[in-house]
Write a protein that binds this ligand. Structure first.
Ligand SMILES: [Zn+2]
Length: 123
């Protein structure tokens, strides 16, 4: 029996949305975490920058007109979310967007929401 048959209001006749296919709320936790880690305008800007360019903290701080510690804080959260990776070259650490389907999806989403054309492919 469909869950929808037990809904208090029945607004539609015939085939209704297959509610059984809607995952439990707990299954959305990874999605909620990604949005949580991108729930800051400056962090979204850093993420989009790193979708198109690999940069060190000092360059990002200059571009963002922010202090290096503030940028480092944002980069830490983006790394925890798996959205950004880093590589060390000598004393320098370079950051770029991770090469994952999630990153490509968030990259596209930000550009679509902001009506931006992609500056260049991320890979
Ligand atoms: Zn882009």
């Amino acid at each position: 029996m469909s869950v929808t048959t037990n809904l208090p209001h029945r607004h539609k006749e015939g085939n209704v949305f297959a509610l059984e296919q809607l995952p439990e709320s707990s299954s959305f936790e990874p999605v909620a975490q990604v949005f949580k880690h991108l729930s800051d305008a400056a962090r979204c800007r850093i993420f989009l920058l790193l979708c198109h360019s690999e940069e060190c903290v000092l360059n990002i701080a200059t571009i963002m007109e922010m202090s290096s510690p503030a940028v480092a804080h944002h980069l830490r959260l983006l790394k925890v979310a798996g959205l950004v990776t880093s590589r060390r070259v000598g004393k320098e650490v370079f950051y770029r967007a991770a090469d994952t389907e999630l990153v490509r999806a968030m990259h596209r989403m930000i550009e679509e929401v902001m009506h931006l054309s992609c500056l260049q492919p991320s890979s």
